[in-house]
Write a protein that binds this ligand. Structure first.
Ligand code: NDP
Ligand code: 1BO
Length: 317
């Protein structure tokens, strides 16, 4: 399994298991199965509403001797309603309590978007706080304090643009070590990849299979299918792989971590196996030439121009 070396020589496995949309009922079995298959990296978030069940699965895996805590890489994320400096540590402590862990391996700011405390998801501009009032640099200071106190070994960001990371780099004591972003053949983000390589920031690719199970509020019904794209199908057929395996391997071979979600034991195994099956340079080039179709997770749900949130200010594009 490919790994990324972070601060203190800690190793983050390149392939992890995504848990967004895994229901509390499904996620327990998915985590137990995944650990037995060989997964050692789990991508969680308070927003996903399933951390208590993930915690139960982790405890049971430790108790039954499947793994020890030190074998695992567990990531979680600070939700948008806890960006105020005073709210960061309590949010992380709640996640640790739910996951039944003493520390996280990685804690990320989930989005560069601040909601009022208590708001889970916005229904109007009134639910937002402007980034002028809650600057990311202040949230980051609280993230730094948490890592200094050992609550998370590493800290990073998610859905941050090059501009936002550059601003943070100019105003931080501890650098973000990871940026978790949407990345797949329809949205390859070469400039971000180049920038993060230069800054020694690991990219984790989310929604690598096209996030087909997203709820409709996050989905355009006419969006293109990655798993059925003719080029991906052709490469899969030639190499005797599934299209999901091609997409996962493509991400790893491109030098990113990748966190496909599944709650299905057969697909969990299939996805895990793809981490070690190389694609030829020719296949990688064919995928690199695919037409860019843009983001699936557009961020339109964060639209609040009155408070300074638009697609343009979110992605700085
Ligand atoms: P993915 O691209 O991982 O797609 C998940 C969908 O693919 C599910 O419907 C799953 O179904 C299906 N699937 C899984 N394996 C296969 C396979 N081998 N063949 C066919 N279908 C398959 O979507 P996500 O959006 O969930 O992204 C992955 C993870 O990234 C998330 O779960 C989350 O952890 C993270 N993420 C982070 C975000 C952020 O803002 N930081 C945003 C979005 C995602 P099934 O479960 O039934 O197998
Ligand atoms: C708003 C969706 C976030 C998934 O990580």
């Amino acid at each position: 399994m490919d790994k990324f070396i972070l601060r203190n020589d800690d190793e983050m496995p390149a392939l992890g298991l995504g848990t967004w949309k895994s229901t509390p009922k499904e996620v327990y079995d998915a985590i137990r199965d995944a650990i037995k298959i060989g997964y050692r990296h789990f991508d969680c978030a308070a927003f996903y509403g399933n951390e208590p069940e993930i915690g139960k699965a982790l405890i049971d895996a430790f108790d039954s001797g499947d793994v020890i805590r030190e074998d695992l890489w567990v990531t979680s994320k600070l939700w948008n309603n806890a960006h105020l400096k005073k709210d960061v540590r309590p949010a992380l402590e709640k996640t640790l309590n739910d996951l039944k862990l003493d520390y996280l391996d990685l804690y990320l700011i989930h989005w560069p978007v601040a909601l009022k405390p208590g708001v889970q998801f916005p229904s109007s501009a009134n639910d937002f706080l402007s980034l002028d009032d809650v600057p990311t640099s202040a949230t980051w200071k609280a993230m730094e304090a948490c890592t200094k106190e050992g609550l998370s070994k590493h800290i990073g960001v998610s859905n941050f643009s090059i501009k936002k990371i550059t601003e943070l780099l100019g105003n931080c004591e501890i650098k973000p070590e990871v940026n978790q972003i949407e990345l797949h053949p329809f949205h390859q983000q070469p400039a971000m990849l180049k920038f993060c390589n230069k800054e020694n920031i690991v990219i984790t690719a989310y929604s690598p299979l096209g996030s087909t199970d997203r709820p409709s509020q996050f989905k355009d019904p006419s969006e293109p299918s990655l798993l059925e794209n003719p080029t991906i199908v052709e490469i899969a057929n030639t190499n005797d792989l599934s299209t999901a395996q091609v997409l996962i391997r493509w991400a790893i071979q491109r030098g990113t971590a990748v966190i496909p979600k599944s709650v299905n034991p057969t697909r969990l195994k299939q996805n895990f196996d793809s981490a070690t099956i190389p694609l030829s340079d020719e296949d990688m080039e064919k995928i690199a030439r695919l037409e860019a179709k843009g983001r699936l997770l557009t961020g339109k749900f964060w639209d609040a121009p009155e408070l300074g949130y638009t697609a343009a200010t979110l992605w700085d594009e």
